[in-house]
Design a protein around this ligand. Structure first.
Ligand code: ADE
Length: 224
């Protein structure tokens, strides 16, 4: 999979993209991620990318031409399965969307800043608008790396123990059961006995019950 991310401040995403599982995904050749600085596509000597909004409200808007030039330059190199704009008024992101996106070949992501991007760019180029939750971020970068991380980790072959990605919370519509590691007893609290039994079927049953219980308590909406 290849992902291009357009941003005014691409450096914001560097650390996320070059560590841990995303690093592994890229080293193993399952994923390439390219961040593209919008500023060089800006207008005039100051490389302007934003301007006052029509209608007089406070807050700047990212202009059409720099974004269009940047997008068009990427479109000369490849076609994209989706051109995604990260914005608070997009579809709310979830695991199902991550699963679907992980099966795509090429994705472009556009990070907004200030009051967002000119509506005409959304109309002309954007095929999917995604929000990572009902709150407003200063820019789309955190949302973009959230998508890349959640997509990258489930590309087949990225996580060694594939069962591990499949048993994540939400993959089966349930929250994950509690997990424990050594020592067996810590501050007088002991790991549930069934987990030490070595009895695979009993352990699986216990995990399933716990997952149901946890989901009922914390996210009953997932069971509806
Ligand atoms: N940009 C600003 N807020 C956002 C959000 N909640 N999700 C995605 N992109 C955003």
């Amino acid at each position: 999979m290849h992902i291009d991310i357009i941003s005014v401040i691409p450096e914001l995403m560097d650390s996320f993209l070059h560590h841990s599982i995303l690093k592994r995904a890229q080293v193993k050749g399952h994923l390439t991620v390219n961040t593209i600085a919008l500023r060089p596509f800006g207008i005039g000597n100051s490389k302007q990318v934003d301007d006052y909004q029509y209608g007089g409200d406070a807050g700047m808007v990212m202009m059409c031409q720099p974004l269009a030039d940047c997008i068009e330059s990427l479109l000369t190199q490849r076609s994209y399965d989706e051109i995604i704009y990260l914005c608070p008024d997009g579809q709310t992101y979830n695991q199902k969307m991550a699963n679907a996106l992980s099966l795509k070949g090429n994705l472009m992501m556009i990070c907004g800043h200030y009051k967002g991007i000119d509506e005409r760019i959304r109309e002309k180029y954007v095929t999917l608008e995604i929000s990572i939750g009902d709150y407003v971020l200063s820019g789309g970068e955190i949302a973009a790396v959230t998508l890349v991380d959640s997509i990258g980790r489930i590309i087949p072959g990225v996580i060694n123990d594939e069962a591990s990605a499949l048993s994540d919370s939400f993959q089966d519509g349930l929250l994950s059961p509690p997990v424990y590691t050594r020592p067996e007893t810590w501050e007088g609290i002991t790991v549930p006995e069934v987990l030490l039994s070595g009895h695979k079927q009993k352990i699986d049953e216990w995990k399933y019950e716990q997952a149901i219980l946890r989901t009922k308590e914390r996210r009953p909406d997932l069971l509806e």
